[in-house]
Write a protein of this length. Sequence first.
Length: 447
Amino acid sequence: MCSISRRVLSGTTRLARPAAVAVTLAAAATAVASEPIVISCGACQESPSDPFLQYNYEATQRFNTAHERRYHVQVRQNQYANSGGPERLQYYQRLAVADDLPDVFLLNASEIKELRQTGKLRDLTQDLATDISWRDSFAKDVFSALSDDNGRIWAIPQQRDAIGIYYNRDMLASAGYSDFPETWEDFEAAAEKLKAAGHIAIALDGAWSTLLMWSNLIGTHPEANGFLQEGIRYADDYPLNPAVVTATETLKRWHNAGYVNADAFSGDFQNAAAAYLSGEAAMVANGPWMVNTQLRTNAAIEGLYERTGYAPSPGWEPGARGAIVVTGAGWSSGHTANDETAEAVLAFLKFLSSPEEQLEQARLTGARPAVKIEPEAIVASNLEPLGSTLAEQADSLAFTYPHWRVHAPGLFLEAWRNLWPAYVRGELNSETFLQRLANDAGAKPRG
């Protein structure tokens, strides 16, 4: 297909003489030059109920206005645009087979692993290398979850988040804790007191929030040996890693001790969120986006935001706290050629990753910028304080680590959901559970 197919042309002319042909072709060339290059976005649709999609939509309008004579981003409706479930990956895999991926769309780290195998994702490594100032504008390590083992980069980071634990200050104070527990021993002692007072200590869901706590238990363990960074890919590491065994058995103990909500196996984060937002649960693990999407909405009981703290994970020893710090999602492209469409794609990606747009996204969603921004600009932007405070703390914690999804095999979540309830009920021992989890998730053998 020729390059002008991306531009809009209208009208036909019946030609009678060579001179008329020349004039008409010149006029057509002028018309072509005046039309913008059109690209599609599969995660830019309007959505008043979803702050991330709504930001993407508004950013798209700003980009189109600023570049109306040169580029135009066309919104492509996508029912899976901000879904984290397997159906989104399946949708994009179908589009890849049909050679119909959007020019720009969002993928999480695990989806990138699967979709890059189709050969239909743009390798952005050279694009970043060509524009050194763009490459150097990003924060430390933001490309690690969006790259493969060969260092090829498959997405431009959407945000860089420190993910902590929300807690109800009043409920913890009623259990005798003026600050969030520093160690896992203190955490369990607080949970026991909260349970005795008739509260749910920690809201879990058997999936996202449960696995965030599993990641915290592993990531702060002195014998983790990089499991979340690498070992989670390999089958032998699951039952043999002492941090993984300890974390798994600890999480099971919380269930059996009655510290969690009754529907903690639902597999739906909204059940965990509802327990916290209703004031029934004292704690829930989630990212900073929860503030604007739930805590500051009618979903939360009155005054809950003002009573909420946001803390890093406890550690196994005093002074050994940690936090999940990750860029788990990024903007990918289904346009692999180097042509005028690629020019428009890169212009849009650079616009989305500019400091101004990253701050606007942070203001509207609570997500932290993936690019370097002067402290004065952050202060002037009046970003939501819970997420901002944790992000500042994270760089000085003893441990920082990715969450499970960044490097886990593609079927990990499905395997966990299927096996976790049986393990908690005692139908599987720890070794059997962890080995089956590794095998069912698709973890590779070492060597």
